[in-house]
Write a protein that binds this ligand. Structure first.
Ligand code: B1M
Length: 213
């Protein structure tokens, strides 16, 4: 197997045996983000496909998630950091009913490495908790993540509750089940402030930078 194929297969197999030496090898020619967005994400897509076809069970997907998390944690110190000044405070949450957090945590790492102070509220965060944390933390923006189809709908409800609570800071939304169109037609009309769709973590950084400019 090529290096790229081996990296993808650690995620698919849920195995860390040989992972670190291969990540070191990959770092010689690629940046941490290229490794994550390339072979590791390819492995995750394959996991999603196999899971969808009932060829993997949840316990196996969890092991794949562990490998992805361990890889991201290992690569994180090698990422470019640009911490010259604090550009703003962003609160992140995976919405109510959803446990997926690898994407959100990647967004956290990338924003934190680029000058943002991040308050990560974790997973399955109901709107009440987001509102309470908003009042305490006074962030410049709120980032919502969700991967399930029902999470897209949950974002609509969350936006409604935030609006009712009188909150209007920009909201950034992302996650696999979401589209730009859904964001524009379903979430945006329910909210007073800006609602921005980020297709991936780098897009999230670009949007945050535009907001802070
Ligand atoms: Co689940 N899961 N899962 N899962 N899981 C999906 C999402 C699914 C598509 C798999 C499939 O069937 N093909 C499917 C959803 C189906 C649907 O709703 N249409 C699914 C399902 C069904 C489920 C369960 C219901 C399974 C069950 O129990 N029967 C269950 C749900 C539990 C719940 O949430 N209540 C479940 C559980 C799990 C595990 C716990 C086993 C594990 C998660 C572990 C964890 O996160 N700690 C897991 C995993 C790993 C996946 C897949 C395979 C991979 C997700 C992932 O981590 N990707 C996923 C299939 C897939 O996506 N291909 C799947 C890597 C990550 C870096 O990408 O999160 O997309 P992602 O983030 C991207 C962008 O989306 C974006 O940036 C990131 C990249 O740069 N982004 C943002 C994300 N959030 C953002 C926020 C932003 C900006 C950008 O700003 C705020």
């Amino acid at each position: 197997l090529s290096l790229e194929e081996r990296l993808a297969s650690y995620v698919v197999e849920g195995s860390k045996e040989g992972l670190i030496p291969d990540l070191n090898e990959a770092l010689k020619k690629s940046s941490p983000l290229q490794i994550i967005n390339g072979p590791l994400m390819e492995g995750m897509s394959e996991v999603g496909r196999l899971f969808n076809n009932n060829e993997l069970i949840v316990a196996e997907v969890l092991q794949s998630a562990e490998v992805m998390k361990a890889s991201v944690a290992y690569l994180e110190p090698f990422m470019e950091k640009n911490e010259s000044s604090v550009k703003g405070k962003i609160m992140l949450a995976t919405v109510k009913g959803d446990v997926h957090d690898i994407g959100k945590n990647l967004v956290e790492i990338i924003l934190a490495n680029n000058g943002y102070h991040i308050v990560n509220l974790g997973i399955k965060v109901p709107p009440e908790q987001i509102i309470e944390a908003y009042r305490r933390e006074q962030p410049d923006a709120i980032g919502l993540s969700g991967l399930l189809v029902k999470s897209a709908q949950q974002m609509v409800l969350t936006a409604q509750d935030l609006k009712t609570a009188g909150i209007s800071v920009p909201i950034m939304v992302g996650g696999a089940a979401l589209t730009r169109k859904f964001t524009r037609t379903r979430i945006r009309p329910e909210y007073e402030g800006m609602v921005l769709y980020a297709k991936d973590a780098m897009d999230g950084l670009d949007l945050a930078n535009k907001l802070s400019d």
